[in-house]
Design a protein around this ligand. Structure first.
Ligand code: AMP
Length: 282
């Protein structure tokens, strides 16, 4: 694996094509590694970036606390036979950067974390400009993020295509996240309820479709019920939303692809998760 720390070196490498970029903020876990394995399965060469992007953290967020484990990350990447790791220098990366405004930004994490997705998109766009990968791979874990990047790539007619990989979970169902490190083991077990209830919501939506109910009324009932349930269980709900999975707009009667997305603050740790489901309607 070659380490790239500046644009000079980046411009000198000759990766085998097609090349896949996998942007990360480090503190790698099986979720990140699954993206690399997926690229390998598709016979893509891989460049993983490790950059804790200051632009995507709000003033009261956990930028300084974000786990930094570079040596361990590099070992993991070597074991996965990643081809390149890009660890850019902030000053060089941010110099004369074009600040972008993210689309699809007024709901979910975009609403709760003003400026977050502008910061994500600004940096991902910069990576794509300088690396020019054939593919970039993102996790479904950050559903809104991948949708924003997809929309952006379409808008700029980019040659880079997006690949989205399913969420990797621990044995109890908790979506893997670097922020899980802030939770004790018993709290991780309890946090698995977040996904447990998402699955219940998905099942209930599918059940309604087998009956003759008014879809939108039931969506509202489910949402209210589970908001209360999460709160009663000690989770502080930032949002629980059921939305059209392509537009992130409110659901309409005939919508088929539904995103169920949740953001929870649990013991001071922000946890997000989602399920995307297809209704069996014609
Ligand atoms: P992060 O380092 O948190 O910015 O994540 C880097 C990439 O890994 C993003 O595309 C995430 O969506 C993806 N990712 C993070 N956690 C998971 C997970 N549990 N399963 C699948 N992909 C993930």
């Amino acid at each position: 694996m070659e380490t790239i720390e500046n644009f000079n070196k980046l411009n000198s490498i000759k990766p085998r094509e097609p090349l896949a970029l996998i942007p990360t903020m480090g503190n790698l876990h099986e979720g990140h590694l699954s993206l690399i394995r997926h690229a390998k399965k598709l016979n893509l060469s891989t460049i993983v970036s490790i950059f804790i992007n200051p632009l995507q953290f709000g003033p009261s967020e956990d930028f300084s606390k974000y786990p930094r484990t570079l040596e361990k990350d590099l070992d993991l990447l070597r074991k996965e036979q990643c081809d390149f790791v890009f660890i850019p220098d902030d000053k060089e990366l941010l110099l004369d950067i074009k600040n972008l405004e993210a689309p699809l930004n007024d709901v979910l994490c975009g609403k709760s974390r003003p400026g977050h997705f502008d910061g994500v998109l600004t940096i991902v766009n910069r990576f794509i400009e300088v690396i020019k990968p054939d593919f970039c791979i993102f996790g479904q874990k950050d559903f809104q993020q991948q949708l924003i990047i997809k929309e952006h790539l379409k808008k700029i007619n980019s040659i880079t295509q997006l690949i989205v990989h399913p969420i990797v979970r621990d044995k109890n169902g908790l979506a893997l996240s670097s922020r899980n490190n802030f939770l004790s083991e018993p709290r991780k077990v309890k946090a698995a309820k977040i996904y447990f209830h998402l699955k219940e919501i998905a099942e209930q939506i599918l059940d309604f479709d087998r009956g003759n109910h008014k879809f939108l009324e039931h969506i509202k009932i489910i949402k209210d019920f589970y908001q209360t349930k999460y709160s009663e269980e000690g989770f502080e709900v930032d949002y629980l939303e059921l939305l059209n999975a392509s537009s992130l707009e409110s659901l309409k009667e005939g919508d088929k692809e539904i995103l169920i997305a949740v953001a929870i603050n649990y013991e001071g740790v922000r946890l997000i998760d989602n399920i995307c489901l297809t209704r069996p309607i014609s």
